[in-house]
Ligand binder design. Structure first.
Ligand code: BEZ
Length: 203
């Protein structure tokens, strides 16, 4: 099976972290794919008409997407229930945290496209400001919630760890660590895991 990915994408990174954590990485072929909203990738289009990364193409040609589906598929393949707890409070906590992490990524990637791709004269200053406010509110929510999760790797912590690293990578001026010592310490611990070290963003 082949994963189309970009080393800059936090969603692709979450998939790769899950692949490393579960051992599924040994079964994964990876192919770099450059994609933006105005330049979809034709190779991906055949497997995913949305033309987005990450897309996983199975050996029978089936395309799996988005990152949540791919992560759950890789975990089921590897028989792993640590990243996606199967039931109870642990499951909903992991999925909820994943939604927070993915929500940071949706917001930050949208902001990145606005700032890096949209012609300067067409940018919408109020929208940009509201996205930054949304991100800051979410960093504060995580500061208040995440301290109890130190040392636990679930799909939720993978999503948040990749999201915060993407902020460092593309918009360090947001200074998410400022006034958030619990989140800073949590991120430092989780970023030292081999799965995180092996997937540091580039581009
Ligand atoms: C980026 O370059 O920031 C990026 C690339 C692919 C997907 C998301 C973000």
């Amino acid at each position: 099976m082949k994963l189309f990915y970009s080393p800059a994408s936090p969603f692709a990174r979450k998939v790769l972290v899950a692949a490393h954590e579960t051992g599924a990485i040994s079964r994964l072929e990876t192919e770099l794919a450059a994609v933006t909203p105005v330049a979809p990738n034709a190779d991906i289009g055949a497997a995913n008409s949305l033309g987005k990364i990450p897309t996983l193409v199975l050996d029978d040609g089936t395309g799996l997407f988005d990152s949540r589906v791919i992560c759950e598929y890789l975990c089921s393949l590897a028989g792993d229930t640590a990243l996606f707890p199967t039931s109870g409070d642990a499951r909903w906590q992991a999925l909820r945290l994943q939604s927070l992490g993915d929500g940071i990524c949706d917001t930050a990637v949208g902001l990145r496209y606005e700032l890096a791709l949209r012609p300067e004269g067409q940018r919408w200053a109020e929208w940009i400001e509201k996205q930054r406010e949304r991100l800051n509110r979410t960093f504060t929510q995580l500061e208040n919630e995440i301290a109890g999760q130190v040392g636990t790797m679930t799909i939720g912590s993978a999503a948040v760890a990749c999201a915060l690293a993407y902020i460092d990578f593309r918009m360090p001026e947001l200074e998410w660590r400022s006034g958030r010592p619990a989140l800073t310490s949590w991120h430092e611990t989780i970023s030292a895991r081999p799965s995180m070290v092996a997937t540091v963003p580039e581009g």
